[in-house]
Design a protein around this ligand. Structure first.
Ligand code: GLU
Length: 281
C-alpha cells in the first residue's frame, strides 16, 4: 500500500500553502488506494508550541482531513535520530564544528577578499569551509564544554555512496533526477541547541513510517539530494518524490493575492469556507 505523509512544523499557524500540501497528499493517497499520515515535525523545541500543534489539528479537521492515530511527534524520537548520527560517526563521516553563523560569515568573507566568490548552497547560504581543527584541538574544546554542531563530511560521504538519483513526479523537472549533494557542502546533522536536524529526522521517520511517496513543496526539491545520501548511508529505502508547486497567489480567483499570506484560521474567521480552500488543489 502506498503511504503518504503531511509533515508540518508547529512553529506557527498553517496558511494556504500548507493546506494545498495537505490536501494534495490526501488526494494522491485516496487516488492510489493508499493512506496519508500526519507527522508533527517539532525537533526545534525553541520554536514549537503546543498551541500551534492544537491549531494544526483544528485547521486540518476544518478542512475535512483525518489521519490514522497516533500521530507521530518527532520530539518523542530524539534517541532514534541520535542512533542514526552515531552510525554515520562510526563510518568516520561526521565532525564537530564550533563556529557561530557570524564566524562562518567572517571566514567566507576572508576567502572572498581576493574577489573570487565562495560557493553558495541552493538556499543561498555560503558553504561551510570544511573541517578546520585537528583532532587534539577538537577534543580539547569538547572537554572544555564548548558548544558544537555535528557536520557530515560530504566529500567522504559521496565517495562512499557513489552517484545517486531519485524518482521525481512533481511540478518541475521529472523522471530520474541526479542527486547533486556536493553543492550543499558539509551540512549540519545536529545543531548546537538540538540533537538532530531536519535532514536526519526526516529520512529516519520516512523509513520508520514506511512512507512510499513524499509529496512536499518545490522549496525542498534540492534538499532531496541530501536525503538520498543519508538514506543510502543508513541503508534506508528511497521513497518516490513529488515536489509540488508553491502557491503564489494567482491560483484561485476566490482568494485574493493578499489572502495567501494569511493563516487558515484568519481566512476562516473572515467567512472563507473549506470548499473554497479545497478548490485550490
Ligand atoms: N516540516 C517541514 C516543513 O514544515 C516539511 C518537511 C517535509 O515535508 O519533508 O516545511
Amino acid at each position: 500500500m502506498r503511504r503518504y505523509r503531511f509533515a508540518p512544523s508547529p512553529n506557527g499557524y498553517l496558511h494556504l500553502g500548507h493546506a494545498y500540501s495537505a490536501l494534495l497528499n490526501a488526494r494522491m493517497a485516496a487516488e492510489t488506494g493508499g493512506e496519508c499520515l500526519l507527522r508533527i515535525e517539532d525537533i526545534d523545541q525553541g520554536r514549537a508550541r503546543p498551541e500551534f500543534e492544537a491549531a494544526i489539528d483544528e485547521d486540518l479537521a476544518w478542512l475535512g482531513l483525518t489521519w490514522p492515530k497516533p500521530v507521530r511527534r518527532q520530539s518523542e524520537h530524539f534517541a532514534l535520530y541520535r542512533d542514526a548520527i552515531a552510525k554515520l560517526e562510526a563510518m568516520g563521516l561526521v565532525y564537530p564544528s564550533f563556529e557561530s553563523r557570524a564566524e562562518i560569515a567572517a571566514l567566507v568573507a576572508d576567502k572572498e577578499r581576493d574577489g573570487t566568490a565562495w560557493p553558495r548552497d541552493p538556499d543561498g547560504a555560503p558553504l561551510y569551509p570544511g573541517k578546520r581543527l585537528d583532532e587534539i584541538t577538537t577534543q580539547a574544546r569538547i572537554a572544555n564544554g564548548d558548544a558544537y554542531a555535528l557536520r557530515l563530511d560530504m566529500a567522504a560521504a559521496l565517495k562512499r555512496t557513489g552517484p545517486l538519483t531519485w524518482d521525481e513526479s512533481g511540478s518541475g523537472e521529472t523522471g530520474t533526477i541526479a542527486a547533486d549533494a556536493a553543492r550543499w557542502g558539509d551540512v549540519v546533522l545536529a545543531r548546537k541547541d538540538m540533537p538532530t536536524s531536519y535532514h536526519v529526522s526526516v529520512v529516519v521517520d520516512d523509513a520508520e513510517q514506511n512512507i512510499t511517496d513524499v509529496v512536499r513543496g518545490q522549496d525542498l526539491f534540492h534538499a532531496t539530494a541530501i536525503h538520498r545520501v543519508l538514506q543510502t548511508l543508513l541503508n534506508l529505502p528511497a521513497p518516490r518524490y513529488h515536489h509540488h508547486r508553491l502557491l503564489r497567489g494567482d491560483d484561485d480567483r476566490k482568494l485574493a493575492k493578499s489572502e495567501h499570506a494569511k493563516a487558515l484560521r484568519a481566512l476562516r474567521a473572515e467567512g472563507v469556507t473549506p470548499d473554497e480552500i479545497r478548490r485550490i488543489v
